[in-house]
Design a protein around this ligand. Sequence first.
Ligand SMILES: C[S@@+](CC[C@H](N)C(=O)[O-])C[C@H]1O[C@@H](n2cnc3c(N)ncnc32)[C@H](O)[C@@H]1O
Length: 225
Amino acid sequence: MEKINKFTSKIYRIYYYLFKDRFSKKLNLKFDNIKRWDLIDYLNTTYKFNSYLEIGCDDDQLFSKISIKEKIGVDPVSGGNYRAKSEDFFDKNLKKFDLVFIDGLHEYHQVKKDILNSIKFLNKEGFILVHDCLPRSISAQAVPRFRNIWNGDVWKAIVELRTYPNLEIFTCLADEGISIIQVKKNSQILKIEKNIADLKFKDYYYNYRDYMRVINFSEIKKKYI
Ligand SMILES: C[S@@+](CC[C@H](N)C(=O)[O-])C[C@H]1O[C@@H](n2cnc3c(N)ncnc32)[C@H](O)[C@@H]1O
């Protein structure tokens, strides 16, 4: 993934703390020792996927481990097998997928677009997984980005979609937080008064369990069997 240079990092850090948000507490998240490919393997063993789409592939850390018959990996810079930004891919795409893994540009509006586009091309009973949903600190989720290790504000897209009545979403406490989205009745609709774009890290810090509907891998195994 592209490295951020020291000068840009400093400027963006100052800008973020002066004009966007400040909060010093960090979440002490105890992630399960499960990686994104383990979760995919688990779901694939149960649901037997035939087609896979990955948005954002980098060095194929995940894409190369996917053994699903038909796979497309979209990235404008590296990895995968389709060189484009996600939106350009979706504009031309005609295929449908059983599983989509979203890990492209980690910014709220883009992630929301990627999820809504993926829903259009998802087979019935399909799954969408979204990476980097549980940042620990304000700097890990700041946009514009000023750190190399970065989750972005993917969490805001998940919070917004948790308010939709037709999307069932849980977030697995593993590998930086992986949200699992299915198009079906939302059994616990999130009620939120604030405008999503105005949410601050402090809101997430105090409410992340409820916002994201966080569950452990052991609970996933009971739900998706
Ligand atoms: C975090 S990396 C992906 C890591 C990979 N999925 C894995 O599991 O290891 C993010 C990737 O998203 C790509 N990217 C950035 N903007 C994108 C966009 N608009 N559409 C698709 N990919 C994008 C970057 O080029 C980068 O390779």
